[in-house]
Design a protein around this ligand. Structure first.
Ligand code: PLP
Length: 230
C-alpha cells in the first residue's frame, strides 16, 4: 500500500490550525516534528519535498545512517532514550535533544559538544506519570536536575518534554500535559541564567490536539504521517 505523505502532512497542518483556533493560539507557535524512526530515507525525502523541515529520530545508529543519505535540507531532533556512550555519535548532528533525564547524560553531551566548540540545545524529559516503564526525571526532581545541568558549559536547556501515561480517553491525558506546562512555568520563575522554558515538547499522533490546547510548542508525530511502524 502506498502512502501519501504530502496529504497526511496537509491533514495534520489543518488539525493543528483547528486546535489552535479552538484555544486562541497562533499556529506559528506550534512546530510539527515528523517522527521518522524505522522509516526509510526515501520517505523522509518525500516529506521534505512536501515542505516538512523538521524530523525526529529515536535510535542513534539508524539516525546517523539515514542523515547521511538525506540530501534535502532538514533539521533533526533526537527524541529517543540515549545512552551516554552513544552521545559521541550525535555530536554536532542535532538541533535539539529531547531526552535528557539525568546529570551524567547531560555532562557527556556538554563534553562532546565542547570538543567542537558548540553548545547543545536540549530539553529535560519529565516522567509526569512516574511510570517505571518510562524514561524521564520525576517531577519532584526536575528542579535540582535543571539547576545542575544549567551549570554545564556546552549545553543549553530550552524547555521540557514528556511522554504521558497512555489513555484511550484523551481527557485523561490532558492533566499530564497541563502538569508539564505548570512545571515549566515554575522552573521559569527561578530565572536561572541560560535556562529557557519556552519549549514544551508534548503530543503524538493520537493526542497532539489536546497537547496543543495545553500549550505544546513542539508536537512529535510519526504514525499519522508515515503510517504504522513494523
Ligand atoms: C515514536 C515516538 C513518537 C511518535 O509516535 P506516533 O504515535 O507514531 O505519532 C513521539 N515521541 C516519541 C518520544 C517517540 O518515541
Amino acid at each position: 500500500m502506498s502512502i501519501d505523505i504530502a496529504a497526511n502532512l496537509h491533514a495534520i497542518e489543518q488539525r493543528i490550525i483547528h486546535a489552535c483556533t479552538r484555544c486562541g493560539r497562533d499556529p506559528q507557535q506550534v512546530s510539527l516534528i515528523a517522527v521518522s524512526k524505522k522509516k526509510p530515507a526515501e520517505l523522509i525525502e518525500q516529506a521534505a519535498a512536501a515542505g516538512q523541515p523538521l524530523f525526529g529520530e529515536s535510535y542513534v545508529q539508524e539516525f546517523v545512517d539515514k542523515q547521511q543519505q538525506i540530501t534535502a535540507a532538514a533539521q533533526w531532533h533526537f527524541i529517543g532514550a540515549l545512552q551516554s556512550n552513544k552521545v559521541k555519535y550525535l555530536r554536532g548532528r542535532t538541533d535539539l535533544i529531547h531526552s535528557v533525564d539525568r546529570l551524567s547524560l547531560a555532562k557527556e553531551i556538554s563534553k562532546q559538544w565542547g570538543k567542537i566548540d558548540q553548545t547543545a540545545e536540549i530539553l529535560i524529559q519529565v516522567n509526569v506519570g512516574d511510570e517505571q516503564s518510562k524514561a524521564g526525571v520525576a517531577p519532584e526532581a526536575a528542579e535540582s536536575l535543571v539547576r545542575a545541568v544549567a551549570q554545564l558549559p556546552h549545553i543549553r536547556i530550552r524547555g521540557l518534554m514528556t511522554l504521558p501515561p497512555y489513555h484511550d480517553d484523551l481527557e485523561q491525558v490532558r492533566p499530564w500535559f497541563r502538569q508539564l506546562r505548570q512545571l515549566a512555568q515554575q522552573l521559569d520563575r527561578l530565572q536561572l541564567p541560560g535556562v529557557s522554558m519556552q519549549t514544551l515538547s508534548m503530543g503524538m499522533s493520537h493526542d497532539f490536539e489536546i497537547a496543543i490546547e495545553e500549550g505544546a510548542t513542539l508536537i512529535r508525530v510519526g504514525t499519522a504521517i508515515f503510517g504504522r511502524r513494523e
